[in-house]
Design a protein around this ligand. Structure first.
Ligand code: FAD
Length: 313
């Protein structure tokens, strides 16, 4: 690793002011960021790393009326085991509990999970050997290369890497809002290929909290190749909103998590074996697999049906 200045922030203001100053990045659990620094995959190496864990109270999980307010550096292990989260936002507890391994969940934070960079192996190859479109290059090597884990719903900003944040589909299904040092953003609009970032944060902008509305029922499902520790091939979150409508969101199938509105429509009048199957077919109707990933369509179809039936069961 190269040398950098490590700044332990004590307030959000201090963190965002320093973050906006030139070549700085924030660190939370470090389970994603440190790998990218060791492998030199970022187009510009940060000279300052700002630690958010030293900001007092930023790891709290609190009830706030009809919502839960979760601090950006709350650890995934704590979210997964928190009784209030399990009771009111079950999908988020389940998603947090399915990220990586117990060791990683004890370091990793919610803010870091939603801001993590994409997992495409071309993007992540050490020493910037593939200067792909996500890093400002002119091509996406995965398009004609090995794309078995990539998007089945097309390209976003020149990139076909699949979103890999496990908590994102749960948060979007629950109608969560991401609160930053500058603004409030619906989770549904937060994720987008944006240079090497996977979300729309501007330079120096920091996620401080996530507000998650309570839901009478919500669930999360994940399919990964290894059960012990692995990124999702496909994941799916579903929740009832406060008007009783179902929201369904899928990850691992597009560069950002995808809201499955056709599937939601198919279960408008209730979830049964038959409507869940129709919803799964409707969700996959527009899929356009690449040379190596048609297998994902059947997995995704099964995940939608399974998630909906669990939501009803
Ligand atoms: C072996 C392994 C397996 C993994 N498996 C999974 C998996 O199954 N599912 C999954 O979802 N992820 C997985 N991950 C990815 C990663 O560990 C998690 O996403 C984790 O939640 C990242 O959180 P962190 O606090 O460690 O983030 P960090 O590494 O500290 O930060 C990640 C990124 O987010 C930015 N960031 C962090 N906090 C904030 C904030 N508050 N505001 C603005 N920007 C911020 C950082 O600058 C950095 O770019 C895995 C990682 C590894 C190494």
């Amino acid at each position: 690793m190269r040398k950098f200045t490590h700044l332990q922030a004590s307030t959000i203001k201090e963190a965002s002011q320093n973050g906006a100053r030139g070549n700085a990045m924030v660190i939370a659990g470090g389970t994603d960021l440190l790998g990218t620094l060791k492998d030199e995959i970022l187009p510009v190496y940060p000279s300052v790393i700002i630690d958010l864990k030293t900001i007092e109270g930023l790891d709290k999980i609190e009830e706030e009326g009809d919502s839960l307010l979760i601090g950006a550096v709350a650890k995934l292990a704590d979210i997964a085991s928190d009784e209030t989260v399990k009771k009111h936002c079950q999908a988020l507890a389940e998603a947090s509990g399915k990220v990586a391994s117990p060791t990683i969940r004890n370091m990793a934070t919610l803010g870091g999970n939603i801001c993590q960079m994409h997992r495409c192996w071309y993007f992540r190859t050490p020493d910037d050997r593939f200067h792909c479109s996500r890093k400002g290059g002119s091509t996406c090597p995965a398009y004609l290369g090995d794309n078995r884990y990539h998007s089945i719903f097309g390209i976003q900003n020149g990139c076909i890497a699949a979103s890999s944040h496990d908590t994102a589909p749960a948060l979007i299904a629950l109608g969560a809002t991401v609160i930053t040092s500058k603004r409030e953003i619906l989770a549904e609009g937060f994720f987008a290929a944006n240079g090497f970032k996977s979300c729309i944060l501007e330079d120096g902008e920091i996620v401080t909290h996530v507000r998650v509305p309570k839901s009478k029922k919500s669930v999360f499902e994940k399919f990964a190749l290894r059960k012990s520790i692995d990124f999702p091939i496909v994941n799916c979150g579903a929740a009832y909103d406060d008007g009783g409508k179902v929201r369904v969101v899928m990850g691992g199938v597009y560069p950002a998590p995808l809201r499955l509105t056709a599937a939601e429509k198919a279960v408008e009048k209730g979830i049964t074996e038959e409507t869940a199957a129709k919803a799964a077919d409707a969700a996959m109707a527009d899929a356009v697999p690449l040379s190596g990933n048609a297998y994902k369509i059947e997995i995704a179809r099964t995940m939608v049906k399974r998630t909906l039936l669990r939501l009803e069961g």
